[in-house]
Each structure stands twice: as structure tokens, then as C-alpha cells.
Design a protein around this ligand. Structure first.
Ligand SMILES: [Cu+2]
Length: 167
């Protein structure tokens, strides 16, 4: 028993020492961050939030979804989306034509600093095909592909919440 006690004590002392050295190391980390030469890449910033997928009715594997995306420092174009939860994701518009809701596939949606991209139920939206089983309240990985004004692709990974069908 005496041996065990003497082993435990030094371990506790080591942990204490570790915490102390982490605190003193902080100023070094700050210096490294300040030296990052990423000013050009950081010029355009995109924020994606509130992504969702509507749970389809029982037995269906096609459903809609949406998100909110805003940019600063430039304009972007959303050209596609993928998720492991569905085999294909399309970008759709929705409009009233002859008293009928019409959905149309489009190749892209613009996102500008002045006009954030809003994809929602009843408007422009994401359309998921070949959807696997998803549960309301769960989070699904969603990867978005944007292009900037020079055509360079920018990937943004987010999580889409599975929401119940509109009641
Ligand atoms: Cu659609």
C-alpha cells in the first residue's frame, strides 16, 4: 500500500506542473497566430447557418430543405450541395404558375453582401433525392460548394437539422 501511495503523489504533482506550463506558453501561441500570412484568403468570408432537411413522409425518399448563407468581402455563387444522407441534392426555385406551385432545377444561386441567400420552404430551396432514413431532431452533414468571382471553388461544411414536415 505504501508503494501505491508514493506512485500516486508524484503523478498529481506532474499534472499540476503541466497546467502551469500551459499558462506560460500562451503568449507564444499568440505570436504565431499574428504571423499568419492569410490576409488575402480571409478577404471573403461566408457564413452558413440554420440549414435544415424536412423529414419526408413515410415511404418517400425525396424532400426539401434550406439554409441561410451570407458573405462579406465579395460575392459567391452556390453551385451545389452534397450529403451522405442522400444520393443527390439539387438547387430548386419555386414559383406560382397558373395557380400551381412549380419547382425548377437551377444550376446556381447568387450570394452577395447585399442579398444573403435564403433557401426555405415555399421558396428557393434544396431538394434531396434518394434520402436514407433520417430522424427528426438529428443533425446531418451538409457540404456546400460555392465559387468566387474568379471561379475558385470554396467548400463549406455545415450541419442540417432534420425538421418535421410542415403542420
Ligand atoms: Cu424542389
Amino acid at each position: 500500500m505504501r508503494l501505491l501511495t508514493s506512485l500516486v503523489l508524484p503523478a498529481a504533482l506532474l499534472l499540476g506542473a503541466c497546467g502551469a506550463s500551459e499558462t506560460t506558453a500562451a503568449p507564444v501561441a499568440e505570436t504565431e497566430t499574428a504571423a499568419e500570412p492569410a490576409a488575402e484568403e480571409a478577404a471573403i468570408a461566408v457564413e452558413v447557418r440554420d440549414a435544415f432537411i424536412v423529414q419526408p413522409p413515410e415511404g418517400r425518399d425525396v424532400t426539401g430543405g434550406g439554409l441561410y448563407a451570407s458573405v462579406s468581402g465579395g460575392a459567391l455563387t452556390l453551385i451545389g450541395a452534397t450529403t451522405p444522407a442522400a444520393s443527390n441534392v439539387e438547387l430548386h426555385t419555386m414559383s406560382m404558375e397558373n395557380d400551381m406551385m412549380q419547382m425548377r432545377k437551377v444550376e446556381s444561386f447568387p450570394v452577395t453582401a447585399e442579398t444573403p441567400l435564403v433557401l426555405e420552404r415555399g421558396g428557393n430551396h434544396l431538394m434531396f433525392f434518394g434520402l436514407g432514413p433520417i430522424e427528426v431532431g438529428s443533425q446531418v452533414d451538409l457540404s456546400l460548394t460555392f465559387t468566387d468571382e474568379s471561379g475558385t471553388e470554396i467548400k463549406v461544411d455545415t450541419k442540417a437539422e432534420v425538421v418535421p414536415p410542415a403542420g
